[in-house]
Every structure is written in structure tokens, then in C-alpha cells.
Design a protein around this ligand. Structure first.
Ligand SMILES: Cc1ncc(COP(=O)(O)O)c(C=O)c1O
Length: 470
């Protein structure tokens, strides 16, 4: 049967099509196991997608962390690993790449982002101090708490509402931050913890105007700003697209300007920086660096490898260079948006506007009949896997953990299931398969029941918790 009115996907959405700025040189076969096998796998995994074997997964949208495809240049770089214990040439290449694109003076490699979070939290937080930030991230907040700090969410209210459309839902509410400083005193603020884009809010960006305003306020009180730079390149894309005055400036330039307003940054290089493992920590202050450089030896490794092999640092240095190219970022976020456009057109509730790295399904509106204590977002992740072997992740009450003081569940307003898109890995056809599966699960939503938690680990429970059907 021929289509009387054939249109490309771009034309269907009323725009010129875009394409990835690469072609595929090597492929990894995928396999889909039967529905019965998926049911068995899910029960064995305690309805937690983190506990599935990847061999039982068809399209893996658990995370964009460490799941990117490396380029031929990065693989070639792996062969140039200098595996000297000290002073590896790959470290100096990495140091130069971080300095050039993020602008900080001192650089330490770490095995991944949380290694860097541990170091900065230990050095920059005095027990009893507060750490204001633009919405929590699981590992970041835990390290801040383990160092004796108390995280305070000062993100704009819009960030907690999945339906409100706002160009910079990751912004800090300057009034909230100012009020906190007045209430507790500047000396009681360890630093401002600023993430761009904000993962838990749906990959939402922070504007340049906002970081300038935070800088101004912090300068008046002598407070430092440290960035979670994990997805800061994607943040720069949104500034280029949405903020007046930035349309003609390259992403690399915007990134550098954004970082110039901060005192340092930690990085999970497994995201923006296009590697399968790695992280770094970078600061400007000499004394602070001195302390961090000493501590990295305790937790990660010598300050010129920090838990990474020389070849990993080489791939990372090259990945940084590739990650700040405009055509790369545009196609990466374009693919995420493509999936978002399909789901929005079909009336499926997702966080709006679509952010940088993932589509966040709004499980509250998806399953209005499932109370939050019965884990609607976890349920949705399980149902998607059952339908099509697609793996997603809960970002709701299970991820939010318990209140450190009362021991009760933290109950975030956002109860989301994240379809996270790895960089340079899947095609438009994969996105179509994902969209269709979400639609099938949506169509039978009324008959879906929630979950009960049967095992709860003490730290970061969402990784290893187990559930059963109610
Ligand atoms: C925003 C953000 N910060 C920090 C981290 C922690 O990084 P890693 O997983 O490399 O330890 C992650 C990823 O998990 C993240 O998404």
C-alpha cells in the first residue's frame, strides 16, 4: 500500500529535518526477550529496573551516564594511554581541555562525579552549615549530608510543577536564597550548589542572568559558588536558544562565560563529556586546591590520575572537545525533543518544556489512582519494561529517600519516570518504538496497580530497593 501523502518526520512537525553529525562505524546487536521472560526478569529484579540484567533489556534508557558512544578519535586516543602512575601525559591533556572549555585553573581527575562530590563536600562544608542548591541531586545531597551539611532547595517554584512552561526552570529563586542567607547568616552557608541543567527537575536549564544575579548576591556576602557541571554544555545550548543576546554565540563560548561566574565545579564526565567512566573537580582558589589535592590521594588516587587509567583521561580530554561542538549538542537535544514532540502530540503527560537529556513522564497524571506511597513512577518503569523491554528509571518518592531527621519518606512534588537518551547511541526508529510503547502502557493505565517496597537499603535506596505488586 502506498502512502498518498508521504512526509518525512521533520515535515510532519512543520520543520526541516536535522541529522546527526556522524555516521555509524560499528554496531552492537540488540535482542528482545519474550514477554514471559520479561515478567520473570522483573520479578527477579524486585520491580526495580536497576536490578535487571542488561542482556534482558531491549532499548536501554535507564540513564545517559556512561552510556554514550565514543567517537573513532576517542577510541584512537585510548591507544595513546600513558599508564605511568605519576605525571601521565594524558592528565596534562585533560587538564588543558578542562581549562580551555570550563576555565578553572586547577584540575583533579576523579573516578566519576560522586568521587568529586565527596572531595568538595568534605573540604568546603563545616558540619552544621547549610548548602543551598537548585533542587537536590541524589548523590550530591548525600555527600553534602555525610559531610555534616544541610541541603536547602532554593530553586524557583515553577521547577516543581511539571505543567508550567518556563524557559529556565532550573533557576535559583534569588529571594529564597537571600532570605536563607539573612536567616542563618552568611558564615553558616558552605557554598551555593548550582547544577545546570537540573536533572531532577526534568533537565531544566539555568539562565546566564540567573548565575550573574547569584554571583552578585554571593559576592556581597563572601559566599562561594560551585557548579555541578555534569550537563552544563546542554545548559549552554538552552541559553543560546532562549536567552536574548546569545543566539549568535557558540556553545563553547557560552559555557566558558557561565563558568566564569563560579569558583569551581565537579563533573560526572560520563554525561556531557562523552566517556563511559570518569569525572573531575576543578577550582580556582589555590588554598582550596591544596586541600583537595591532598584529599584526592586518600579517596581516588594520585592527583594526576584520580582513579582513572591514562587511556580514560585521553578519551575524556577528546570527549570534552567534541562535546562543546554546536552541531553535536543540537542533534543530541533534537533527538530528545523528537521523542517529546511525539508524546506531547499524543496527549501523554510529560514534564514541559522538554529538557536536555531525557523525557520525564509525569507519573502522577499518568496514574492518578495510584497514591504516591504506592510508587507510581516505579510502577510505570516496570510496566514499560514489561510491554517492550525498554528500561527507564524512577525519579520520584523512591529516589527522594527519607528525611534525615524524621525518618519519614521525602515526598517530592515531582513523581517522574525518566526515559534517558544516551548520546550518539540510538536512532530515530528507536525513539518511535519507545513512543509507541509509552502509548500502549498509557492506554491501559486505569487497570494498573501500584507497588509495595519489600527491601530498603540505607543509602540511595532507589538503586537497590525491591518491590512487589499490590
Ligand atoms: C546532576 C548529576 N550530578 C552528579 C551525578 C553523579 O555522578 P556519577 O554518577 O558520575 O557519580 C550525576 C549522575 O549520576 C548527575 O546526574
Amino acid at each position: 500500500m502506498t502512502n498518498p501523502n508521504p512526509l518525512t518526520m521533520g515535515q510532519q512537525f512543520g520543520r526541516r529535518s536535522w541529522a546527526e553529525p556522524w555516521k555509524i562505524k560499528m554496531v552492537e546487536p540488540l535482542r528482545m526477550i519474550s514477554r514471559e521472560a520479561r515478567e520473570r526478569a522483573l520479578v527477579e529484579a524486585g520491580y526495580n529496573t536497576f536490578l535487571l540484567r542488561s542482556d534482558d533489556v531491549y532499548i536501554d534508557l535507564l540513564t545517559d551516564s556512561g552510556t554514550s558512544a565514543m567517537s573513532d578519535r576517542q577510541w584512537a586516543g585510548m591507544m595513546l594511554g600513558d599508564e605511568a602512575y605519576a605525571g601521565s601525559r594524558n592528565f596534562y591533556h585533560l587538564e588543558e581541555a578542562v581549562r580551555r572549555h570550563y576555565g578553572f585553573r586547577h584540575v583533579l581527575p576523579t573516578h566519576q562525579g560522586r568521587g568529586a562530590e565527596n572531595l568538595i563536600s568534605k573540604v568546603a562544608i563545616t558540619p552544621g552549615q547549610f548548602v543551598p542548591g537548585n533542587m537536590y541531586f541524589t548523590t550530591t545531597r548525600l555527600h553534602q549530608e555525610l559531610a555534616g551539611g544541610q541541603f536547602v532547595d532554593v530553586i524557583v517554584d515553577e521547577a516543581h510543577d511539571p505543567e508550567v512552561v518556563h524557559p529556565f526552570k532550573g533557576n535559583v529563586d534569588i529571594t529564597k536564597l537571600g532570605t536563607l542567607i539573612e536567616q542563618v547568616g552568611a558564615g553558616q552557608i558552605a557554598y551555593v550548589s548550582l547544577a545546570g541543567t537540573v536533572n531532577m527537575a526534568g533537565g531544566q536549564p539555568v539562565s546566564m542572568a540567573n548565575i550573574r544575579a547569584i554571583r552578585e548576591l554571593c559576592d556581597r556576602h563572601g559566599i562561594r559558588i560551585f557548579l555541578d557541571a555534569t550537563r552544563l554544555v546542554e545548559n549552554a545550548f538552552f541559553i543560546q536558544e532562549r536567552e536574548p543576546g546569545f543566539a549568535d554565540r557558540p556553545i563553547a563560548e557560552i559555557l566558558l562565560e557561565f563558568c566564569s561566574h563560579a569558583d569551581g565545579a565537579w563533573m560526572s564526565a560520563k554525561k556531557d563529556n562523552l566517556v563511559n567512566i570518569g569525572g573531575w573537580l576543578a577550582v580556582n582558589d589555590d588554598d582550596l586546591f591544596e586541600e583537595l589535592r591532598n584529599l584526592v590521594v586518600v579517596y581516588e588516587g594520585l592527583h594526576t590520575y584520580g582513579g582513572l587509567a591514562g587511556r580514560d583521561m585521553e578519551a575524556l580530554a577528546i570527549g570534552i572537545e567534541e562535546s562543546v561542538q554546536d552541531d553535536h549538542v543540537r542533534s543530541r537535544i533534537g533527538q530528545v525533543r523528537y521523542l517529546g514532540e511525539l508524546l506531547t502530540d499524543w496527549g501523554i503527560p510529560i514534564v514541559q518544556p522538554v529538557g536536555g537529556h531525557a523525557i520525564f513522564l509525569d507519573a502522577r497524571r499518568f496514574y492518578p489512582h495510584i497514591p504516591q506511597d504506592e510508587f507510581p513512577a516505579q510502577t510505570l518503569a516496570a510496566e514499560l519494561y514489561l510491554d517492550s523491554g525498554i528500561r527507564s528509571m524512577e525519579r520520584g518518592i523512591a529516589s527522594a529517600g527519607r528525611d534525615a531527621k524524621t525518618g519519614d519518606h521525602n515526598r517530592p512534588r515531582l513523581e517522574l519516570t525518566r526515559l534517558t537518551i544516551p548520546r550518539r547511541v540510538y536512532t530515530q526508529a528507536h525513539m518511535d518504538v519507545v513512543a509507541e510503547s509509552v502509548k500502549v502502557v498509557f492506554d491501559v493505565r486505569d487497570s494498573t496497580r501500584g507497588l509495595r517496597m519489600t527491601y530498603e537499603p540505607k543509602y540511595l535506596r532507589f538503586f537497590q530497593a525491591r518491590f512487589e505488586r499490590l
